[in-house]
Design a protein around this ligand. Sequence first.
Ligand SMILES: NC(=O)c1ccc[n+]([C@@H]2O[C@H](COP(=O)([O-])OP(=O)(O)OC[C@H]3O[C@@H](n4cnc5c(N)ncnc54)[C@H](OP(=O)(O)O)[C@@H]3O)[C@@H](O)[C@H]2O)c1
Length: 276
Amino acid sequence: MSTKTVLITGSSTGIGKVTALYFLEKGWNVAATMRTPEKSDLGSNSRLLAVALDVTKEESIKSAWAEITRKFGKIDVVVNNAGYGLTGPFEGATTEQIKRQFDTNVFGLMALCKEAISVWRTKKEKGILINITSVGGRVTFPYYSLYHSTKWAVEGFTESLNYEVAPLGIKVKLVEPGAIRTDFGGRSADHTDENAPREYQSILKIARDNIKKAVERSSEPIEVAKVIFQAATSNSSQLRYKAGSDAKLILALRKLVPENLFFSIIKSQVFKGAEI
Ligand SMILES: NC(=O)c1ccc[n+]([C@@H]2O[C@H](COP(=O)([O-])OP(=O)(O)OC[C@H]3O[C@@H](n4cnc5c(N)ncnc54)[C@H](OP(=O)(O)O)[C@@H]3O)[C@@H](O)[C@H]2O)c1
C-alpha cells in the first residue's frame, strides 16, 4: 500500500504541530502547513514538508496544494486545525475583530474544504476532511459568544456537508477537543475586554479567573492528535469524535440534564464568587 499523505493547517504550534509529528511517527507523509514555514521547528524528514498556507488567503491554499501534490502525489486527508479564540463581552468586539475571527475559523476552513472536494471530485479520488471544532461547538460558556459562533457554524456546515459529499467517496469528520494545553489562551488569543463597557468589568474579572482555574485541568495535545489519527484511519462513517476527558464529561452532561439545569451548572462554575 502506498504511503498516505495528510495536510494539516496551523502546524506551527499546539495541536497542529503535535498532530504533524504523530502522523509522521505513524509512517505518513506530512504536509505541515503554517503561515511562516521558515520558522518551523518540526525538524527534517523526507516524509515531512513544511508549506506556507494562510487559510484566509485563497491563493495560498491553491499554491500549497500544488506544492504538496508535486512532492507527495496525492493528499488523502486534510485536517482543518488552524484557528484561534476571540473572547470577552460581545459588546466590546470591533467589526474588524469579528470579521477576522470568522475569516480564520469559518471562511478559511470552508475555502480549504472547497479546494479539497473539488480536486478529489475531479480526479475521482477518495479523501477525508477532518474539521477541528471544539466542545465549544456544542455547548457555550459566558464571554465566548464569537468563538462559539464560529465553531457552531463549522459543526452545522460539516454535518450537512457530510450528506452531500459521501456519494462522491469523500468523508467529513469533526474532532471536538475540550480544554487542551496549548498557546490557545496565550499568544493566539484575541480579547474584547478593553473595549467592553465598564458594567461588564467586575463580573468579567471573576469569570476570567474561574475559567483560568478550570483550564488548568486541561489535557495534552497528544490526546487530540491520537483522536485525529483515529478519525483519519477509521473505516466507519462516524461524524463526531470527542477529544480530552473534560470534553466527554461536558458533552455527556449536556445530553443528560435539562437545558436550564445545564445553564445553571455553567453559571455556578463561571460566576462563582460574583454577586449576580
Ligand atoms: N487549546 C484548546 O483548549 C482548544 C480547545 C478546543 C478546540 N481548539 C481548536 O484547536 C485548534 C488549534 O488550536 P491550538 O489549541 O493548537 O492553539 P495554538 O497553539 O494557538 O494553534 C493555533 C494555530 O492556528 C494557526 N493560525 C491562526 N491563524 C491562521 C491563519 N490565518 N492561517 C493559518 N494558520 C493560522 C496558528 O499559526 P501561527 O503560528 O501562524 O499564529 C497556530 O499554528 C483551533 O482550531 C482551536 O479552536 C483548541
